[in-house]
Design a binder for this molecule. Structure first.
Ligand code: FE
Length: 201
């Protein structure tokens, strides 16, 4: 993200982007924010913080039973032990998929999301249809994501709040015995940790 372009020419921008630019310009002009600091924050979320972090948490839980139990008992501490913590991840709860129960996360009010482990939320997560239908018809929503679960599997939907953020720990796929933690982490995609997807070996 560069700040050396002309902020006054908004003709080529969408309305929302134009409003964000206008707000940013105002904050910079008034000296409330430093453009370099803003760039650093954006770059951090684009490159350093993202679903790869959560994938490492999941892979560790798959290979290390003691870690899995710690994650279940105190997710915030267990996740922080791998170096992931901070804003929007202060109170983490890990929920574990089983053959009997599949977990799915939503924020019905807005877009609360565990930034330190998953990065910034995808656009659909913030959309009104997802936020309402994840609760009213989760199985149909899962179907639209290409996830079809056995009828006997119960779907539990967790509503994020400003305080609590959830990380879904998907089931370890069959056929991954003996895989290294790194190789396992590579198959844990973002949606599988929101509960709208499954790991793809
Ligand atoms: Fe929210």
């Amino acid at each position: 993200m560069s700040h050396d372009h002309d902020h006054d020419d908004h003709s080529h921008l969408g309305e929302m982007e134009a409003r964000v630019r206008a707000l940013e310009t105002l904050l910079v002009e008034k000296g409330y924010v430093d453009p370099a600091a803003l760039d650093a924050i954006v770059q951090t979320y684009e490159t350093r913080i993202g679903p790869r972090n959560g994938a490492r948490v999941v892979a560790r839980a798959w290979v290390d039973e003691a870690y899995r139990q710690w994650l279940a008992a105190d997710a915030t501490a267990a996740i922080a032990s791998l170096g992931y913590g901070g804003r929007q991840g202060e109170h983490m709860v890990a929920v574990f998929n089983t053959p009997q129960e599949h977990h799915m996360v939503v924020c019905t009010l807005c877009s609360c999301y565990p930034w330190p482990v998953l990065g910034l939320p995808p656009v659909w997560y913030k959309s009104a249809p997802y936020r309402s239908r994840a609760v009213s018809e989760p199985r149909a929503v899962l179907g639209e994501f290409g996830v079809s679960l056995p009828e006997a599997t119960r779907i539990r939907v967790w509503d994020s709040t400003a305080e609590v953020r959830y990380l879904v720990v998907p089931m370890r796929p069959a056929g991954t015995d003996g895989w290294t933690e790194e190789r396992l982490a590579a198959i844990v995609n973002r949606d599988s940790m929101i509960g709208t997807g499954l790991p793809q070996p």
